[in-house]
Design a protein around this ligand. Structure first.
Ligand code: ATP
Ligand code: ZN
Ligand code: MG
Length: 312
């Protein structure tokens, strides 16, 4: 997405406290004053009002109805996951800057004295960076009898460096995931690309579809970025989420090839490593795009939201 620096005070001095800093960002201040977002005082960490949550619920129902073969709705995954699973996915190698871990006092630490902050040690838990990472371990070290399909949602955390509107550290993601043969992953990806276009048209969002790459880190980063682009592994659905924004990724459709199948030793039905693909929807970003497009009154939003036709 395109980054937007937060608006700095005219005289260049920093705001006196973090709440003021949050309000120094004009689009953010507007979203707070019009009853959508709740500031915490820390950039990138927001709460959400009942009005915002009613939009999230309508969007979730719409996404549920968009599923081609029917889904009871998403399984809700934990906002934390085992460190060993994220290590096996090699997430920390690619995105060390985004991963955050839970630190806590070791068991048996004396209760009678107040230990210092540096007494907190890494635990076995990390904060989930994307919903689909919690799925692959459940299929690890076996061969699938048939391709598997998932509908999941969860809170994610990424230690983002910037905090323009729409780039939160804590946010929610809904994902539809396929794991199985190469053909399954490819055709499932193609179907969801088309389904996403129709979905966003139906809810009145004018999106651009763009080939994209992830912000890989480390020595191989440039190669990974260019090979992801060359192989068209990632497409983003881009729309403005606030005034002055010329495009933020509100959803992405990703082909992982056999990367995760190999990492988790998941066998495809019929042999070879499993291939996978996911369609990931950033719930807060889509709601922000809807607010930007349709205004502050939910009554003025398109009737199709919540009544999107079943995609074939
Ligand atoms: P970006 O290019 O904006 O950093 P991304 O490529 O990191 O996005 P994905 O990893 O594809 O995003 O995540 C799937 C979706 O989750 C994104 O399309 C977006 O809608 C949402 N998302 C990702 N990062 C954030 C964030 N920091 N805050 C809010 N939503 C996010
Ligand atoms: Zn995913
Ligand atoms: Mg990102």
């Amino acid at each position: 997405m395109t980054s937007h620096a937060t608006t700095e005070p005219v005289d260049g001095t920093l705001p006196a406290n973090p709440v003021e800093e949050a309000h120094a960002d004009v689009p953010l201040a507007r979203l707070i004053s019009s009853g959508w977002l709740l500031p915490t005082g820390v950039a990138g960490l927001l709460g959400f009002t009942a009005k915002f949550e009613s939009a999230v619920s309508a969007l979730q129902e719409t996404l549920t109805r968009t599923h081609p073969t029917g889904t009871p709705g998403p399984s809700f995954l934990a906002p934390v996951m085992p460190r060993t699973h994220i290590e096996r996915a090699e997430y920390a190698e690619a995105f060390p800057h985004l991963l955050a871990a839970v630190h806590a006092l070791p068991p048996g630490t004396a209760q009678s004295t107040m230990p210092g902050e540096d007494a907190r040690m890494p635990t076995e838990a990390v904060l989930t960076p994307a919903a689909c990472y919690s799925l692959y371990p459940s299929m690890a070290d076996r061969t699938l009898e048939a391709s598997q399909y998932f509908d999941v949602a969860g809170s994610c955390y990424r230690h983002e460096e910037t905090s323009e509107v729409g780039r939160f550290r804590s946010f929610r993601m809904r994902e539809f995931v396929a794991v199985g043969t190469e053909d399954t992953a490819l055709s499932w990806r193609a179907d969801w690309m088309e389904r996403c276009r129709r979905l966003f048209t139906d809810i009145g969002l004018d999106v651009q579809v763009q080939a994209a790459s992830d912000p890989f880190f480390g020595p191989g980063a440039r190669f990974m970025r260019s090979s992801q682009l060359q192989q068209s592994l990632k497409y983003e659905f881009v729309a403005p989420v606030c005034d002055g924004d010329d495009g933020t990724a509100i959803a992405s459709v990703n082909l992982h090839k056999d990367h995760l199948g190999l990492r988790f030793a998941i066998g495809a039905p019929g042999g070879g490593p499993a291939h996978s693909s996911c369609a990931a929807f950033g719930l807060e970003r889509i709601v922000l795009a809807l607010i930007h497009q349709h205004g502050d009154s939910l009554a003025d939003w398109p009737a199709q939201l919540g009544r999107v036709r079943h995609a074939a």
